[in-house]
Design a protein around this ligand. Structure first.
Ligand SMILES: C[S@@+](CC[C@H](N)C(=O)[O-])C[C@H]1O[C@@H](n2cnc3c(N)ncnc32)[C@H](O)[C@@H]1O
Length: 289
């Protein structure tokens, strides 16, 4: 199949980035590659145009490390944020080890949430952590935030909480294969049930669940140390997403006796032309009476 000049202009050939937009003569699609140079899985995004089998063939021809191609067949659903993924071509064995900034992340995209597009964002968060901090990662998945923090700040101690048992098991294995036992701990369960045992323990809480994190703000704030700490709050919305995120956090903080100051606002990624995943970082301090 001939490659359209736009595809060449986009640097499709020979690029090593993990997400691509490929525009061919009569086809338009984008896909993620998850995995390593030895074995990877490609996931064709839902907005594709064309024949999935032909697209899969083209991807496997150009990326010899891709052993399976999956097709998104639904939006993300439920607590586990999983999609229906159909195997279009290649091996049924879709377990891979993704390499991100030197961290090995083992997972099977059919059973756990993982986005290779968020690696840079994880590094941004990890770079904020100071030596000696206690860090809580709510909604930890297979552990990419927790591992990124521990790799970048070896003197931090990180706890990650995850509700999906398959993701939790990969998280445990990822701690082991990255030799981070003792520095990173995985906990299985719903943050609402599990986190009360951590109240008052953390310098920093990370909340990477954009659609629903606000339901858990009370728990997150109570997990911060008594005098306060920093909160990374992810939210999903339109032009007013920052404003709404700030109101949600400020009101919950006030209720619990904390003042809140915004440290950073960032648009992390876009879902559609007018909808973004945003992050707002806060410093929360206990109010003195
Ligand atoms: C958007 S994914 C992010 C996963 C991971 N932080 C990452 O970046 O790959 C959200 C994760 O939160 C988990 N989750 C959703 N609700 C939860 C809850 N109430 N308690 C614990 N984990 C939850 C899901 O299973 C999913 O793995």
């Amino acid at each position: 199949m001939p490659i359209h000049p736009r595809a060449l202009a986009l640097g499709f050939l020979g690029t090593h980035f993990y997400n691509y937009q490929l525009i061919l003569k009569e086809m338009k699609y984008s896909f993620d590659i998850i995995g390593s140079r030895e074995k990877a899985v490609a996931v064709i995004k839902m907005n594709y145009e064309g024949n999935p089998e032909e697209i899969a063939e083209e991807i496997m021809r150009r990326h010899k490390n891709v052993k399976s191609v999956l097709l998104e067949e639904s939006p993300r659903e439920g607590d586990t944020r999983l999609r229906k993924l159909r195997l279009v071509k290649g091996s049924e064995d879709t377990e891979v080890v993704h390499i991100e900034y030197g961290i090995r992340i083992k997972l099977d995209p059919r059973f756990v949430y993982f986005s290779p597009r968020e690696g840079e964002e994880r590094q941004r968060i990890a770079s904020k952590v100071r030596p000696g901090e206690e860090v809580l990662v709510m909604f930890a998945g297979v552990g990419p935030y927790a591992l990124a923090v521990a790799k970048r700040q070896p003197e931090a101690h990180v706890i990650g909480v995850e509700i999906n048992e398959v993701a939790y098991k990969y998280f445990l294995e990822n701690i082991r294969i990255n030799k981070m036992e003792g520095r990173v701990e995985a906990v299985l369960g719903d943050v609402r049930d599990v986190c009360p045992r951590f109240f008052g323990m953390f310098d920093r809480v990370i909340m990477p669940l954009p659609l629903h994190a606000y339901h858990f703000l009370d728990i997150a704030i109570k997990c911060l140390k008594n005098l306060g700490g920093e909160l990374h709050f992810y939210y999903w919305g339109g032009e007013d997403a920052f404003e709404k995120a700030e109101i949600l956090v400020r009101e919950e903080a006030e209720k619990l006796g904390f003042s809140s100051t915004v440290l950073e606002r960032r648009r992390v990624s876009s879902y559609s032309p007018r909808t973004w995943k945003v992050r707002v970082d806060f410093k929360l301090e206990r109010k003195q009476h």
